[in-house]
Design a protein around this ligand. Sequence first.
Ligand SMILES: NC(=O)C1=CN([C@@H]2O[C@H](COP(=O)(O)OP(=O)(O)OC[C@H]3O[C@@H](n4cnc5c(N)ncnc54)[C@H](O)[C@@H]3O)[C@@H](O)[C@H]2O)C=CC1
Ligand SMILES: O=C(O)C(=O)COP(=O)(O)O
Length: 626
Amino acid sequence: MASSACTKPIFPSSFTLSSSSSSESKSKLSHVSFINTIPIYRKLSHASSSKRSLAVNSVLKTVDPTATSVGSSKSEDVGFLGEKPTILVSEKLGEAGLKVLRSVGHVECAYELSQEELCTKISCCDALIVRSGTKVTREVFEAGKGRLKVVGRAGVGIDNVDLQAATEFGCLVVNAPTANTIAAAEHGIALLAAMARNIAQADASTKAGKWQRSKYVGVSMVGKTLAVMGFGKVGSEVARRAKGLGMHVIAHDPYAPADRARAIGVELVSFDQAIATADFISLHMPLTATTNKIFNDDTFAKVKKGVRIVNVARGGVIDEDALVRALDNGIVAQAALDVFTEEPPSKDSKLVQHENVTVTPHLGASTKEAQEGVAIEIAEAVLGALKGELSATAVNAPMVAPEVLSELAPYVVLAEKLGRLAVQLVSGGSGIKSVKVVYRSARGPDDLDTRLLRAMVTKGIIEPISNTIVNLVNADFIAKQKGLRISEERVVVDSSPEQPVDSIQVQISSVDSKFASAISEGGHISIDGKVKFGDPHLTCVGSFDVDVSLQGNLILCRQVDQPGMIGRVGNILGEQNVNVSFMSVGRTSRRKKAIMAIGVDEEPNKQALDNIGAVPAIEEFVFLKL
Ligand SMILES: NC(=O)C1=CN([C@@H]2O[C@H](COP(=O)(O)OP(=O)(O)OC[C@H]3O[C@@H](n4cnc5c(N)ncnc54)[C@H](O)[C@@H]3O)[C@@H](O)[C@H]2O)C=CC1
Ligand SMILES: O=C(O)C(=O)COP(=O)(O)O
């Protein structure tokens, strides 16, 4: 029975960021964490830690300066401070990958767990690594809630992972998409040849003492037409090899570029054309709602009689009962199957037992080389994700190139702070329905990836008003779930294209504000910010220009513009021992309305706020936490 005893989660639940800079102001920046990890970064000496990730990390990592390493779990010099992450490996993984994982975390290998055992164990784990045999269901994500940060699929197909649930729970899913391509393609070709020459059947018969030479006369492959269904990584490698065997290869893939097919000498054709003309069909598409049982009675009615089918993709793309019928009536002459709807298939499966069917137990990726490769690929992806890096193989989050991440890092902080500020300006009873983010930039639309920024504005808006943790994985989902429509607008401005963004504006429409001056002429709450010298600044509130560094907390006051106001408010705060870090006054015109933005290190007490409110020239004010 699985143990339910947990060690402490590796990451604390609240934190502040300190950067490598010694400046006091920088150490007060709030965190940037894309997946609910709060990565505690010290120094990377792990073999997989490239200079590139170091650079990205040093900009994006969150460090809790108060965090201390605990006992024997201390994991130093590998990118983590504090406790080591706990990583559950639920299926056999190559030793090289395990070694990478063990150098950083506690690794528990526990195979053939029941769903109940998996759910029990997962509540104590930061990461889970699976192959195709583990069903990572909604229950698993529910059980891992609050701790499970990443699920690594040591292979390609992620149909055994409930991606919707993963996204809802803000859990990143990564896979290892490249290391087993050749193994799967070779297995496809092996099955093709074995099927054409009755290798498995003849082997069994010969071992049973028979000598059935005429029974096992095969068919030749040369000159025959092979239809590759799904012209992705595996499909194109199969095509290449089949051409080497002298086959005429056609392919069907609605999303594959024709020039890639042409480069290999393969013609892309429609689904119906492919199945109607092929002597052999080899399946290489993922199992999705569209491809589920795409080979069924209707499809078999359209194939060339006597076709031979290879499936190393997923059992679910074939209606297995329909295939048995097609085999029985000779429409399909033979099938060679590595994958099944249910794995392992039942012992009395008619399909498995069919004399014209050759089977293997999901061995496509099972070569020594592929298993070592996927193990390393997934170990690195999972550790990267635990450190807060965005993975290049993320399945349920946008993939953002490290250089883009690094460039956008200060804007990401700005975006979250603007969201956080804007929502605090909304008055109590107003439900937020519509948010618009306006990016002013000199760059063209293709040069600016705003997904990160949008996610961080969403995080800034939602987190202060709910107990939901929002990250890059679940931002859009949570916004939708809360009925929040986040739209974006790009405005091209004449500024330096060196800078990805000139300014970001967050607008919240159809709400009342507790600080009326934050309502712009357009009738919505509107605040603007810029990055200045690497730090986020608030540059506009409603129609008032200000310039205040977004650190610590903020008091916004609207007053009649007159001398002595700064001193007056400064004195009130000083009397209550509240340190003022910045002050900026923006006004419409001399001696008329002005907005004073005051950055404070500490949260003022009620007395201080009451005293500010009592200053006659102050017409309204609001205290905002950043
Ligand atoms: N038997 C085994 O051990 C292994 C099985 N696989 C499976 O092989 C399949 C392909 O893997 P990769 O080539 O690495 O993936 P891939 O993503 O590179 O290629 C899949 C291709 O299928 C295409 N596709 C999607 N929907 C389609 C449709 N309705 N009709 C035709 N094509 C469609 C996509 O456009 C893509 O080009 C996956 O299902 C994967 O899980 C992969 C490795 C090992
Ligand atoms: O990578 C894939 O999609 C596979 O099907 C390989 O599965 P496995 O990791 O061998 O269980």
